[in-house]
Design a protein around this ligand. Structure first.
Ligand code: BES
Ligand code: MN
Ligand code: ZN
Length: 472
């Protein structure tokens, strides 16, 4: 996708461009009209006073969706042509506004079709957007940055959407390497033997049922001062979650190839930090495994020893995400991090609590919570806080090990926090702020988001905003 600026008014945009005219009609109003041989798209913005940044993002995406529907590859837009419509939309800066525009159109243009045969007439992608308004240097900078970030979000979606049979733990490690090709990021991957030797009993235990061996990948970007404590991101990389011996019912197994969406997001967040040359030290950890049934599979009741030395009774093999992440969080300690954030499609319960529009945020650090809440709102990767109090620790008590990974005997409620409180048992040893993002609610695009079906690419925009704003 190309975004260019023109000095001409939109009425004299070059031939062959679908021209967009914004009107005060209700949002959702969409009409194609032909005038003197040129095609116009009329889009209702609604009343200026009702237009928020959130709605602005959706509106911008809908331009691309409408163009695709009309097989228009080139679009011309102008905001200055209808200045009063935008009075209520205020961005942190002109650059941020332009960035949001570019991110939105790039994200709307994406579809997962690597496994589809290309039609004779080609895909209906938008190739160019011509903005018929004067460009300031800040706007140009914002567009450039937004294009890069939007592409990274789409790369995350591409990786997440790849079916389980085509994206194994080793494949995910390879994808991490490919994501940073040509960038100053080092990538190291431990195979089954190596991670077992290190003592990652939880990761090894989750991967034990699959013939595709688990991997543990470490990506390192050093854009900051050598003395700056790194930001460590850990992403759940379950390449397929069958549930293991506590096998999932068919109604909940279908999309479980997306259970490495957390991993995909941290991989591309580090890549993005390097591409944008951010002056920060960032490390991404990717514990990857396939949660399968097999002769070697971990059984309910098995007791595993984690990298931290703590033992875990596996009371449910389907609560595997917290197991692999626990070992990653313990591993993070060796970097003496300034902050650790883990990202995971951890619980269906987070979806019960939040629906499809916000990821769950759980942390003991109020400053970090506020920062992530604010950046979530700003970036479009909305998050909402859920509790993480000591009271919840009772649910993971085990009679036979240091803790259990499920809440047998503790009830079936509050699942998102129960998952987080398990992770906290390991994160409390870090000695730095830690936050857990349960992105299960944002695993796939929601209705009305003007995005293609499948992975939503959360929370790459939040992570990059967080990395940018973090003070080492
Ligand atoms: N990957 C799932 C959670 C999930 C479900 C993400 C639906 C996205 C959509 C996770 O590993 C899981 O199975 N969680 C269990 C936890 C339970 C066994 C404690 C769940 O949510 O039911
Ligand atoms: Mn599971
Ligand atoms: Zn899972």
């Amino acid at each position: 996708m190309k975004i260019t600026f023109a000095k001409t008014a939109i009425d004299s945009a070059p031939k062959g461009y679908l021209r967009v005219r914004f009107t005060e009609e209700p949002r959702g109003t969409k009409r194609f009209v032909r005038e003197d041989g040129t095609e116009w798209l009329e889009l209702g913005v609604g009343k200026a006073k009702d237009l928020t940044n959130r709605k602005y993002t959706i509106l911008i995406r809908s331009i691309v969706q409408a163009a695709k529907q009309q097989s228009a590859r080139k679009i011309a837009v102008s905001f200055k042509a209808t200045p009063t419509l935008w009075e209520n939309v205020s961005f942190a800066s002109e650059e941020r506004g332009a960035q949001l525009f570019a991110e939105s159109v790039v994200m709307a243009n994406f579809e997962f079709r690597s496994f589809k045969t290309k039609p004779k007439e080609g895909w209906k992608d938008v190739e160019e957007i011509l903005i018929c308004d004067p460009a300031t240097p800040a706007m140009r900078a914002g567009i450039k940055k937004g294009l890069i970030i939007g592409e990274a979000v789409n790369a995350t979606r591409e990786l997440s959407n790849t079916p389980g049979g085509s994206m194994t733990p080793k494949g995910l490690a390879k994808a991490a390497k490919a994501a940073v090709a040509g960038l100053p990021v080092t990538v190291q991957t431990l195979d089954r033997a190596a991670l077992k030797k290190l003592g990652m009993g939880l990761l090894a235990g989750v991967g034990a049922g699959s013939s595709d061996e688990p991997t543990f990948t470490i990506m390192t970007y050093k854009g900051g001062k050598p003395t700056d404590k790194p930001i460590v991101l850990a992403g759940k990389g379950i390449t397929f979650d069958s549930g293991g011996l506590n096998i999932k019912p068919s109604s909940s197994i279908y999309e479980m190839h997306l259970d490495m969406s957390g991993a995909a997001s941290v991989i591309h967040a580090v890549a993005l930090a390097a591409e944008l040359k951010l002056k920060k030290n960032v490390i991404a950890l990717v514990p990857a495994a396939e949660n399968m049934l097999g002769n070697g599979a971990t059984r309910p009741g098995d007791i595993l020893t984690s990298l931290s030395g703590k033992t875990v009774e596996v009371t449910d093999t389907d609560a595997e995400g917290r197991l692999v992440l626990a070992d990653a969080i313990t591993y993070a300690k060796r970097f003496k991090p300034g902050v650790v954030v883990d990202v995971a499609t951890l619980t269906g319960a987070a979806m019960v609590a939040l629906g499809f529009h916000a990821s769950g945020l759980m942390t003991r650090d109020d400053t970090l919570a506020d920062q992530l809440l604010n950046l979530g709102e700003e970036s479009g990767d909305y998050v909402w806080r859920l509790p993480l109090w000591d009271e919840y620790e009772t649910v993971i008590k085990s009679d036979f090990a240091d803790m259990q990974n499920h809440s047998i005997g503790g009830g079936r409620y509050g699942g998102a926090t129960n998952g987080a409180i398990f992770l906290w048992q390991f994160a409390k040893e870090l000695g730095c702020p830690w936050a857990h993002l349960d992105i299960a609610p944002r695993m796939t695009a929601a209705r009305g988001e003007e995005l293609a079906k499948g992975a939503a690419g959360a929370p790459v925009r939040l992570l990059i905003a967080f990395i940018e704003s973090w003070k080492a």
